[in-house]
Design a protein around this ligand. Structure first.
Ligand code: KDO
Length: 336
């Protein structure tokens, strides 16, 4: 069942009419619930999706029906924020890169080697200095960022064998066609790493690796396993170039129609789901190196300091950095 807030009154009235014609009353309970449709390119087995289905859906079930639309089956990757703003969608798992297409200051969180780890990411999101940035997204886009979801440390994953191509420094990536998701901020990260970035939607990556349309892609290890990229690649280079995150985005219009108690439940459900997913992603990141080795892939560390220096220099000298709020990098670094 698909029901947006705007259509709720109409549908509830229709349901009541149908019930009275059928000669019984009080059967419209399911229709009274708000439907919370979430659209994401993530698979249903991604730990963030699992936590939303297991934790979030049940916590809000007294007054809302959570409907997850995975594999970009409802909206294409990158179009979800606009869909929420227009009242066509209630929730998404958005990224700083997507937010940066509308609010350039969010590109600060697209910079490589900025967040130190999952805990740092969580504390930064909760910091006071984030309030004006979150408020602007609410006021100007009508999107509430409920919580931060840990995606994991992004690693390079290439089709070529290590014998064909060993990657130790950014120079070794010269000429490598590296798929990055489709926004400027993502493309910039690809070039900052030393590669030739190529924009492509997440749902097309497996086939592109299989056919050789691209030489590689970058994602955290849990995603590489979940989307079976290991079946069509030969090596993983542990650059850890981005401690990646997503934000659980929620329609402000829907939020405003919830009671304060319901808002509290939704907020807690979001935080609890994010925490479950965070812990599972972290555990998977530890376990999966061996899994990929068992699948016959080479998994190794490059000279991470060389990547860090190259990437940080590229960002600090970039156009992006001009849009970052004054002193924000220092504030982020100071969060312990
Ligand atoms: C991807 O397209 O590589 C990416 O990892 C980008 C993230 O911001 C996020 O959208 C993610 O895909 C999807 O949730 C699929 O896991």
């Amino acid at each position: 069942m698909t029901m947006t807030i705007a259509r709720r009154g109409f549908l509830a009235a229709t349901a009541m009419l149908a019930a009275s014609f059928a000669g019984f009353a009080g059967t419209a309970h399911a229709q009274d619930k708000i439907t919370l449709r979430l659209s994401t390119p993530a698979t249903p087995t991604d730990q963030r999706s699992v936590a939303l289905q297991e934790v979030f859906a049940s916590a809000v079930s007294d007054f809302a029906e959570f409907e997850g639309h995975w594999n970009a089956s409802l909206f294409k990757q990158g179009t979800e924020l606009e869909a929420i703003a227009r009242g066509n969608l209630e929730m998404s798992i958005t990224s700083a890169q997507e937010l940066a297409t509308i609010f350039p200051e969010w590109s600060i969180f697209t910079a490589g080697y900025l967040h130190r780890d999952a805990e740092h990411q969580k504390k930064v999101f909760a910091a006071d200095f984030m309030e004006p940035m979150k408020k602007k997204v609410e006021d100007e886009l009508g999107v509430k960022l409920l919580t931060v979801m840990y995606l994991g440390r992004r690693q390079l994953n290439l089709r070529m064998s290590k014998d064909e191509k060993t990657v130790m420094t950014p120079e070794d990536l010269a000429g490598v066609k590296l798929r990055m998701p489709g926004t400027d901020a993502w493309q910039f990260l690809g070039s900052a790493l030393g590669a030739n970035p190529l924009p492509m939607a997440f749902t097309e990556v497996y086939t592109a690796l299989q056919t050789g349309a691209i030489d590689g892609q970058d994602n955290p290890l849990p995603t590489d396993r979940d989307s079976k990229f290991y079946e069509v690649t030969e090596q993983i280079v542990l650059t850890s170039h981005l401690v990646d995150l997503n934000y659980l985005a929620f329609s402000n219009e829907v939020w405003d129609q919830l009671t304060p108690e319901q808002q509290e439940i939704v907020q807690k459900a979001a935080d609890d789901a994010a925490e479950q997913a965070r812990q599972k992603q972290l555990a998977l990141e530890d376990e999966l190196v061996q899994f990929f080795k068992d699948q016959g892939l080479d998994v190794y560390e490059p000279v991470v300091d060389a990547f860090r220096a190259h990437v940080q220099k590229a960002y600090l000298e970039s156009e992006f950095a001009r849009d970052w709020p004054e002193g924000m990098v220092d504030k982020i670094n100071a969060v312990q």
